[in-house]
Design a protein around this ligand. Structure first.
Ligand code: MSK
Length: 647
């Protein structure tokens, strides 16, 4: 391949650097190399190509006169809005299909038809039941769980009304959605409708399309994703602060290494349990290994890291590197973010690359079908046995030594408890510290890695800049792993990286300044956290009043755009990096970057420079502080009796 970047320009991650050097010496190709080899299509990057019918494809560009239209007469704004709508529909479909899988699994457990999994978090069962309108008083736990499972599953195919968990939103926010007629009715209905509206000859009003996409995205955040997170918590436990270790150094030289990569927590859960099963351990010892080491990768790994402290090998752009170590005896994958390039790469080493889900088969990969609802243990035994049997085939092994300790597990419930204690659990202390200015605001920094930018660097520089300015950071997904590897999820990080106000709060509570909340599907936890902030009072009566902002600095997936759009539709200023599917100077661009704020209270921004990105977020936070009248730190006033009476 010609013109490959130097490795120092590809990543700031030490262990990835070491493995990319090895990979080049081994003459194998990685996604970083392919990104150098294949340039992005300039028309596609601007969302200026329409393939929605076969009179085209029609291509417009920023250089074409604004009046130029496609064969059907559709203009550049409709090209972009239709493309954007389909991206949101695809992202929503991905999260929500995962949510459906969790609902079906949960229902099989609730009915007692599945002994491979169980209900482990009864308080979460009760709170979720209440929010889904399931009566709990005087009823058997089993009956509550069955009704909850059925109600959750029905949300996907519901045709009328609105998704029940939207009731968690502040009243003003709900009213805004109702006034705009964008309350999602059912998850599947909104995805199907978006696909219909973007078909040739249907919706050709860019604003109507963007608002339709908002309805679809809300079905993701407040529907499919929120259901998935809630039911997974009931089965696998609601995260609370827990220690874990991240980076490629979690691989073990003398153990059978299994990397589980994908998005569905139940396969990883089963494989983890089997790794300590005496029969499986005996099998491992019989082939000369000391035992079985199961580690996560990407988001199912994130889910089980924040719940159980399972070691995590790395984020999306470290999958290649894990295989290049030569120490991965098997990589089991389920759905989402699985790169096809990992299959030929695994054949260059000894790694068994095994797909496990009927929805995600890859040519050249071995397939062992795993179903959570039936036969999970048997499939798990088959998978783990294949990894164990492959241990003897190892060649040269080079495991980077780098691994970092971290504290993760900050669900919105854990934040509530951490700040207020078990008897007075509340977001009031957080709000108080925002009002008194010690914490300037809160930022959600989430999303993927993208090989077109320096791996982990944009995440790191953005987060450093936010912390320096007293902005508390909440994270999910691959972004969280980037910061965990760099040590930002240790309480001591507050002393090193934070401004004086945030440092003081973190030191008092003993928490890290960067809070890991889970997988990309768990961004719904951040929605719940901002609802709690509104409920606690003092910071306005809508999410859009809060001094908060969101960012996905290295995103790459359609899911990320769906997440971004549900945050914008929920009233949050949201900045994306790398690239954005938009042609500047169009009415569509002006609407999503500006005008949409009038309608929804949130808006999009696009910026690739992490320092400018941070500035945009801080400026937004400051503007909200100003609107709330908390922008200047007030002198403490001592009240006399008369003043108290007036109060
Ligand atoms: S895994 S969607 S690269 S966060 Fe959720 Fe990471 Fe993005 Fe996949």
């Amino acid at each position: 391949m010609a013109n490959l970047r130097e490795i120092k320009d590809i990543t700031i991650c030490e262990s990835t650097t070491e493995m990319l050097i090895k990979g080049r010496a081994d003459n194998v190709s990685t996604a970083f190399d392919r990104a150098d080899d294949i340039k992005p299509c300039p028309i596609g990057a601007l969302q200026a190509c329409c393939k929605h019918c076969f009179m085209g494809p029609c291509r417009l560009s920023s250089k074409a006169p604004y009046e130029k239209v496609g064969v059907c007469g559709a203009n550049i704004d409709v090209f972009q809005a239709r493309g954007f709508g389909r991206i949101v529909a695809a992202g929503t479909a991905a999260h929500s299909d995962h949510g459906r899988e969790m609902s079906e699994l949960f229902l099989s457990v609730a009915k007692g038809e599945n002994s491979d999994y169980s209900i482990t978090d009864v308080p979460k069962l009760m709170s979720m039941a209440k929010d889904m309108g399931v009566a709990t008083e005087g009823r058997e736990q089993k009956d509550i769980a069955i009704e909850l499972g059925e109600k959750c599953l029905a949300q996907f195919g519901q045709q009328h009304g609105y998704l029940k968990l939207l009731d968690r939103a502040p009243k003003k926010r709900f009213q805004k959605w109702q006034d705009l007629n964008i309350l999602p009715r059912g998850v599947d209905r909104e995805v199907v409708e978006m696909m219909h509206r973007t078909h040739m000859g249907v919706d050709q009003d860019y604003k109507n399309l963007v608002l339709g996409a908002a309805r679809c995205a809300l079905a993701d955040g407040w529907g499919g994703s929120m259901i998935s997170t809630g039911l997974s918590d009931i089965m696998f436990g609601t995260p609370k602060p827990i220690e874990a270790t991240v980076d490629l150094g979690v691989l073990e030289k003398n153990m059978v290494n299994i990397v589980v990569h994908g998005h569905e927590p139940h396969m990883l859960d089963m494989v983890c349990r089997l790794s300590t099963d005496p029969e499986m351990v005996a099998k491992a010892k019989a082939v000369g290994a000391e035992g079985i080491n199961v580690v996560g990768m990407c988001c199912s790994g994130n889910e089980q890291l924040v719940r159980r402290g399972i070691p995590h090998a790395g984020n999306f752009m470290q999958c290649d590197s894990a295989i290049i170590t030569g120490a991965v005896d098997a990589m089991f994958v389920d759905v989402q973010c699985i790169q096809m390039g990992l299959v030929p790469l695994s054949k260059c080493y000894h790694t068994k690359f095994i797909t496990t889900n009927y929805r995600c088969k890859i040519e050249g990969a071995e397939h062992v079908e795993f179903h959570g609802e039936h036969g999970a243990r048997e499939a798990g035994v088959e998978l783990v046995t294949k990894a164990v049997e492959n241990f003897k085939n190892r060649g040269v092994v080079q495991i980077p030594s780098k691994k970092t300790k971290m504290i993760g597990g900050f669900s919105h419930e854990a934040i509530n408890y951490m700040l207020g204690g078990s008897f007075r659990g509340s977001y009031t202390p957080l709000n108080d510290n925002i009002i008194n200015g010690k914490i300037r605001g809160v930022a959600g920094v989430v999303g993927c890695n993208n090989p077109r930018v320096k791996h982990d660097w944009v995440h790191a520089e953005l987060v450093k800049e936010l912390l320096r300015n007293d902005v508390l950071v909440v994270q999910t997904g691959c972004s969280a792993i980037a910061m965990a590897k760099l040590g930002f999820m240790q309480p001591e990080a507050a002393l090193k990286y934070c401004g004086p106000g945030l440092r003081e709060v973190c030191a008092a509570v003993g928490m890290p300044p960067v809070l890991h909340s889970g997988a990309c599907v768990d961004n719904s936890r951040i929605l719940e956290a901002v609802c709690e902030m509104v409920r606690a009072g003092g910071l306005g009566d809508d999410i859009s009043d809060l001094p908060v902002a969101g960012a996905a600095p290295e995103y790459m997936s359609e899911k990320a755009i769906a997440i971004g759009h549900y945050f914008v539709a929920s009233g949050v200023f949201t900045v994306f990096g790398v690239t954005f599917p938009v042609t500047e100077g169009t009415k569509f661009a002006d609407y999503i970057f500006n005008g949409i704020e009038q309608d929804l209270g949130g808006k999009w921004a696009f910026e690739t420079d992490p320092y400018k990105m941070a500035q945009l977020m801080i400026d937004h936070i400051d503007s909200k502080r100003q609107a709330l009248g908390i922008h200047v730190q007030k002198e403490r006033v001592l009240f006399d009796m008369e003043a108290r009476r007036q109060l």
